[in-house]
Design a protein around this ligand. Structure first.
Ligand SMILES: Nc1nc2c(c(=O)[nH]1)N[C@H]1C(S)=C(S)[C@@H](COP(=O)(O)OP(=O)(O)OC[C@H]3O[C@@H](n4cnc5c(=O)[nH]c(N)nc54)[C@H](O)[C@@H]3O)O[C@H]1N2
Ligand SMILES: Nc1nc2c(c(=O)[nH]1)N[C@H]1C(S)=C(S)[C@@H](COP(=O)(O)OP(=O)(O)OC[C@H]3O[C@@H](n4cnc5c(=O)[nH]c(N)nc54)[C@H](O)[C@@H]3O)O[C@H]1N2
Ligand SMILES: [Mo]
Length: 777
């Protein structure tokens, strides 16, 4: 749909009939079975199974349908009746499949058999589980453990993750990169340093006792839609929601609850954001600087009347570094704040005044803050703002990173970390009678560097789609094949399975919605949500194939085949009964997981606690730290003529690298993902036309040629100098070195690029039928 200014946008609210149609577009295909509906009804309910989509809370008193458009899609996606069998692989070489689109690969359905790569025919051939485990064990034993990497995407359960990390350490490395290294690692590093806890301090109930939310760079409507319900309730209660986002995201503007018949019939929408500010990408440090500047000014004015805006007692007894920060803020000219943020002084002061007047504020954020060269400063600045008024450690206040994958936070909690200091190694040493490696392991970016340099010889992927999710994709794919061993544990076929090492295995596993029966009976698994609550999950669906194994069984199978016998490490017993794994987790982490098995099905989950919420600051100084930022721009590069800041975005029809379809309904973009979103003024200034086909070229000053072709110029409401494109299509443009300085999270939200017209080619934009295309990727 075109708007008056010619930009593409969506007229309806988020939620509403559109979201029901979004679900039925998936149902409508081959997924529709009564069993699927029954499965959905048990989603996110105590005693049911926990959604595989995002990490949003699973409340104690769930709605009748405690799932959303995208959670339903994610579940149904796994429950497809399509099967990707050995016959499929007999028909296609991997060279051929590498020419397929991501969408078409996953459309083949669930993997059914363990597979071994056969170089002679360039195909995957079926193999036995024992054969696979023995070969993997033999290969790993022949390698230096430090040259192997065990990656995990954030979906695996706490039980699997604990075993996987233990396997890595018994084998001899801490090379445990995970998807959070590309996601909220910035959060883990920044919050740890400034408030002494690496996760958010907000719990679900705070959402109903706050009176203000500052919302930075998180796209609720697509990425955590169940959050729209508490947001709607908050908006109705009069909570002020102040949003900063370069894109006008529908879910943060209006919402119609698809589970409320009255709202659906009357078409009543709730306005979500009371203010919406289209900040420049990378402009948040400047915005937050401006907000703090106004707070200091308001405090000066209040003091003249004998009052305070700042929480002076809190600042005095709980924080450190205020004076230096305050001096920097007071000295910062508004002109600089305005230039860097792209917002007017009035707009920033208007937002700040809401903060000044509110009693309980929550700061919420997502990838818009974390995925920048100075993402650390973004988060530290948000903490600064909150600290000024004592907005951490009181009910209805706090900092709330909205995590991604459904158990990404939990994996880190139980030992998946390349940072040995974050793991109780002494305890593990005692518990399992071994000497854990103490040297720092490789994170995601360092793994990529190691693959490029040839140091990394083996890669095991517990879920995920590594080569698609990382930066610098084209160079990485070439280097990938030089590895000796690659193993992928997965539910569906993706690109990462098609680039492979000399010896390669593809091992199919159960999805979380499928029942997991072991020798002691049906098994439960568990995960941690974004509010640090732990939930048990039990599934009842019949597995997609009788040859599938659980992730626990696969990890244990590989470990047993690799490691020497150790009677303190009874892999077979653990597979027989996962409760025994939970006992081990409770022994390693008694504060968080005491009585783990007893508390497994606590409605709403059990809270593992957060010191910062109690105002106990486990920082170096023992106080909450103010940070004086080193820079006013988070991008990590200078502006230059012809250089644009590219935001890589998720559509409403994808889960990370899994593309469900070609409808980004909430942004009004239909039928294709090959678009370049750009504001009409920029289109004109660049001498381009709507519908013109262009390439993007990397504009990093390192001389490497990186480009993406075939993008259709599409007018879209964005700040000047900033353009948008989809993740993962844009990933070849991100230099590996372009990452948050401190955490090495790739800076996917401000990539320096140039636009080049592909001469003479024009395409009608957004009119292509949603296609099942087999054009080369
Ligand atoms: N359906 C669905 N759900 C998902 C996922 C999915 O792909 N699909 N992915 C899951 C995962 S792993 C994650 S990490 C989360 C991701 O969820 P989000 O954190 O929402 O991540 P993104 O969609 O990448 O983008 C976040 C928002 O940041 C804005 N933004 C970009 N640059 C800036 C900036 O400089 N400043 C500000 N203030 N905003 C900016 C973008 O416009 C966008 O609205 O969602 C999880 N849930
Ligand atoms: N440019 C750009 N790049 C980004 C981002 C961005 O915003 N922009 N976001 C980053 C972020 S936040 C993240 S989290 C990463 C995501 O990176 P990953 O987590 O590596 O990627 P996913 O696309 O989530 O992985 C999907 C695959 O996981 C497998 N899978 C699904 N369910 C299961 C299961 O239950 N078990 C197993 N074993 N496998 C399963 C399927 O085979 C599926 O193809 O990408 C990052 N990359
Ligand atoms: Mo993520």
């Amino acid at each position: 749909m075109a708007q008056e200014d010619g930009t593409v946008h969506y007229d309806g609210p988020s939620g509403g009939w559109g979201s029901l149609r979004g679900i039925s577009s998936v149902f409508g295909k081959e997924w529709a079975t009564p069993l699927a509906i029954e499965t959905l009804m048990r989603q996110n309910k105590p005693g049911g199974f926990m959604c595989v989509s995002c990490s949003w809370a699973k409340p104690a008193s769930p709605h009748q349908f405690e799932f959303c458009e995208n959670g339903a899609k994610a579940t149904l996606w796994d429950l497809t009746s399509r099967r990707c069998t050995p016959d499929f692989f007999a028909q296609h070489t991997l060279a051929e499949l590498r020419g397929w689109k991501d969408y078409d690969l996953e459309q083949q359905g669930r993997l059914t058999h363990p597979l071994r790569y056969d170089a002679a025919t360039d195909r995957y051939l079926p193999c036995g589980w024992d054969e696979a485990f023995h070969a993997i064990g033999r290969e790993l034993r022949a390698l230096d453990p430090k040259s192997a990497v065990f990656y995990s995407s954030g979906r695996a359960s706490l039980e699997t993750s604990y075993l996987y990390a233990l396997f890595a350490r018994l084998y001899g490395h801490n090379n445990l990169p995970d998807s959070s290294n590309m996601c909220h690692e910035t959060t883990s590093v920044a919050l740890k340093q400034v408030i002494g806890a690496s996760v958010g301090t907000v719990v679900f109930d705070d959402l109903s006792s706050c009176d203000c939310m500052f919302f930075f760079g998180q796209n609720t409507g697509s990425n955590s839609p169940r959050f729209l319900h508490p947001l709607q309730e908050a908006a109705k209660r009069g909570v002020k929601i102040i949003t900063f986002n370069p894109v006008r995201e529908k879910g943060l503007e209006t919402f119609t609850n698809p589970q409320n018949p009255l709202e659906m019939l009357t078409g009543k929408e709730t306005r979500i954001s009371s203010q919406y500010h289209q900040v420049r990408p990378g402009g948040d440090i400047a915005v937050l600087m401006g907000l703090c500047k106004h707070v200091f000014a308001a405090d000066d004015a209040a003091q003249k009347k004998g009052r305070r805006v700042l929480d002076a007692d809190f600042l005095q007894s709980h924080t450190r570094g205020l004076a230096a920060f305050e001096a920097q803020v007071r000295a910062m000219p508004w002109s600089e704040i305005v230039a860097q943020s792209g917002l007017t002084r009035e707009a920033i002061e208007g937002a700040a005044q809401v903060y000044v007047e509110s009693d309980r504020t929550i700061g919420i954020y997502g990838m818009g803050l974390t995925q920048h060269a100075h993402g650390f400063e973004n988060i530290a600045m948000l903490v600064n703002l909150l600290l000024l008024k004592g907005n951490i450690g009181r009910d209805g206040t706090g900092i709330s990173p909205v995590r991604g994958h459904s158990n990404v936070q939990g994996q880190r909690t139980v030992g998946i970390s390349e940072k040995p200091e974050l793991v109780p190694l002494d305890k593990l040493a005692k518990q399992f009678g071994f000497k854990p490696p103490r040297d720092k392991g490789l994170n995601t970016v360092e793994t990529c560097e190691g693959i490029l340099s040839g140091k990394v010889r083996a890669f095991i992927g517990l879920g995920g789609n590594f080569v698609r999710a990382i930066p610098e994709r084209d160079r990485m794919e070439q280097a990938w094949t030089r590895m000796r061993l690659t193993v992928q544990v997965a539910t569906k076929l993706n690109r990462s399975h098609l680039v492979h090492g000399e010896v390669a295995y593809l091992l199919p596993c159960l999805s979380r919605a499928e029942e997991d029966i072991q020798a002691s009976g049906p098994q439960a698994v568990s995960m941690e949500d974004t509010f640090s609550c732990i939930h048990g999950s039990v599934a009842r669906r019949k597995p997609a194939s009788e040859h599938l194994r659980s992730e626990v069984a696969i990890v244990a199978g590989m470990a047993k085949a690799t490691l020497p016998l150790n009677n303190k490490v009874p892999w077979d017993d653990w597979v027989r009964d996962y409760a025994l794994i939970r006992d081990q987790i409770a022994e390693t982490y008694p504060d968080e997981f005491r009585d783990f098995n007893k508390r497994l099905f606590t409605p709403g989950g059990f809270y593992r606690g957060n010191s910062a919420r109690e105002r106990i600051w486990k920082t170096k100084s023992g106080k909450a730290e103010f940070t004086a930022p080193k820079t006013m721009s988070a991008t990590g590069f200078e502006d230059a003529p012809g250089r644009f800041r590219l935001i890589t975005m998720r559509s409403n029809d994808q889960f990370n690298t899994t593309i469900y379809g070609y409808s980004d309904r909430l942004r009004g973009i239909e039928g294709t993902r090959d678009v370049l979103l750009m504001n009409p003024g920029d289109i004109q200034r660049a001498g381009l036309r709507e519908g013109q086909v262009v390439s993007l070229l990397s504009d990093a000053e390192d001389g490497v040629d990186r480009r993406v072709h075939g993008l259709v110029v599409t007018p879209f409401s964005l700040p000047d100098g900033c353009i948008g494109g989809y993740y993962p299509e844009m990933n070849p443009l991100i230099p590996l070195s372009h990452h948050d300085e401190q955490s090495k999270t790739p800076a996917a939200k401000s990539v320096p690029v140039r636009i080049r017209a592909e001469d003479g080619i024009l395409r009608a934009p957004l009119r292509e039928p949603p296609g099942h295309s087999t054009r080369p990727a």
